[in-house]
Structure formats: structure tokens, C-alpha cells
Design a protein around this ligand. Structure first.
Ligand code: GLN
Length: 252
């Protein structure tokens, strides 16, 4: 079903997509497609800036951002690169710019990551939490109950166990989430979302896409513009997919 309205030049947002070449595990690029299509279907022009190097990057025009997951090696290369702009990135997060960070992209926002061999990988220290990697890896389908987004379904595959006292994305109903014993998944801080859910998470959980787009509009324009632009979409297919996957995960 074609449900798009013509793009309007007055409706612009800029998304920073960090390290699409390095941090793109388990289909995380699908999150960018979801954000782009759900903007386009509302006539919003989402300009996607793919950031492969932070030389000369100022984040001035960043309305929202995405960092995907990667292996420890890619994660540490990306972290080293992000050191150049960690102060600006922290300022943007503190000012309410929305972001979605997945797995490795989530882990390195903290102040410590100890890999499975006991080596400490450099982190950005933007938020106060730590991660310790160990075997076995936490892998499989995951179901999370979130106060903000309701039922969230995805896939996790990580050695890292993350420990923090921020608001979680939600409670784990099936799977592991942040670590082996808290029963909590992810992190919410201002309009930043950290999560272990790959999949990609957004196509099956459109409420999260719309949240990120709405917060970006609110930050760049204002709340009234956000409610005017975030029109209701026909999500019949998205919800049918969610229902099927949730059923499979619950009975799995
Ligand atoms: N390397 C990290 C870990 O294994 C993150 C992996 C990922 O991004 N899926 O926990």
C-alpha cells in the first residue's frame, strides 16, 4: 500500500549515521531504512549523513543519530574515532537530541568495557556505566516490556554484560538483556536509547522510530510542530509482523 505524501522542502531533519561500514551487525542498517521511510511517508525529508571519520565533524546540524553494533575490534576502532567529538556528542545528548545506540554502540557510551580476555577497551565516558564481556554469549530472540513503548521484540547477541542505574528501556520477558541477572534491558537517558536489540529493532517496533523522529522535530522546531508532522500511519503490516514474531518468541 503506497502511503507517502510528497516530500516538503520545509520539513527537514538531519540524521547522523555513525560508522555504517564498521558498526552494522545483524541488519542494524534496517533501522536507518525505518527512520527514513517513516519520515518520508509523512513528507519529512530525512537527510542522512554517513559518518566514517570524525575529522571536521561538528554535529551542528545533527537532529538525531544512530550507532549500530560491531565486534570488539570494530567497536574499539569506532570509539577511538569518536574520542574527537565525545564532548560535542555528550552536549547534544544532554540537550535532548535523540539517539539510538545498539549493543557495541551502546556499550562504549559508558566509562568501561572489559573484553572477554580481561583487556579494557577505551570508552567515551558519556554516561556512567560499565560492561564486562564473558562467555557464554547472550544470544537469541528477546522480548521486553517497556513503559514507554509497550512490548518490544528483537534479537540479541553479545558477550558484554552491562551494569547501570539509569532508567532501563524495559523489563525482559524472554531473553537476557543488559546482563545475566537484572532482568532489565537497555537504557533511557533524556532522549537517548541504548539497547542490545538487533533485528533490526525499529521495523518491528515502529513506536520507537516515531519517538525518535518526534523528539528530533521537537528539538529542532517545537512540540506543536512534532504533533502536526507525526501523523498516524497505517501500520497494519508492522503490527502483523510484531504479533507473529512475539508469538514465536513466547512459544520458543
Ligand atoms: N562486542 C560486543 C559484545 O560482544 C558487542 C557485540 C554487538 O554489537 N553485537 O558484547
Amino acid at each position: 500500500m503506497e502511503r507517502k505524501v510528497p516530500l516538503q522542502s520545509s520539513k527537514q531533519l538531519t540524521l547522523y549515521y555513525f560508522f555504517p561500514d564498521k558498526l552494522n551487525l545483524y541488519g542494524d542498517r534496517g533501522n536507518i531504512i525505518s527512520l527514513a521511510k517513516r519520515s518520508e511517508w509523512r513528507g519529512i525529508n530525512l537527510n542522512i549523513k554517513e559518518i566514517r571519520s570524525t575529522d571536521g565533524v561538528t554535529l551542528e546540524d545533527m537532529d538525531l543519530f544512530f550507532i549500530g553494533g560491531g565486534s570488539d575490534r570494530e567497536q574499539s576502532v569506532a570509539t577511538a574515532e569518536l574520542q574527537n567529538i565525545k564532548i560535542q556528542l555528550k552536549e547534544k545528548i544532554e540537550s535532548g537530541v535523540p539517539g539510538l545506540t545498539i549493543c557495541g554502540g551502546y556499550q562504549f557510551l559508558g566509562n568501561q568495557y572489559i573484553d572477554a580476555n580481561g583487556n579494557e577497551l577505551e570508552c567515551l565516558g558519556i554516561l556512567d556505566f560499565y560492561t564486562v564481556a564473558k562467555q557464554p554469549r547472550l544470544t537469541g530472540n528477546i522480548l521486553v516490556q517497556s513503559e514507554l513503548f509497550g512490548e518490544i521484540v528483537g534479537f540479541e547477541n553479545h558477550a558484554g554484560r552491562t551494569y547501570h542505574s539509569y532508567r532501563p528501556l524495559g523489563k525482559v520477558e524472554k531473553g537476557s538483556g543488559n546482563n545475566d541477572d537484572s532482568g532489565l534491558e537497555g537504557l533511557l537517558y533524556k532522549n537517548l536509547i541504548g539497547t542490545y536489540l538487533h533485528g533490526p529493532i525499529l521495523p518491528k517496533n515502529p513506536a520507537i522510530s516515531d519517538y525518535l523522529i518526534a523528539k528530533a522535530i521537537e528539538h529542532r522546531y517545537d512540540e506543536d510542530t512534532a504533533s502536526a508532522w507525526i501523523t498516524q500511519l497505517d501500520d497494519y503490516l508492522e503490527h502483523l509482523t510484531r504479533k507473529q514474531v512475539c508469538k514465536r518468541v513466547k512459544n520458543g
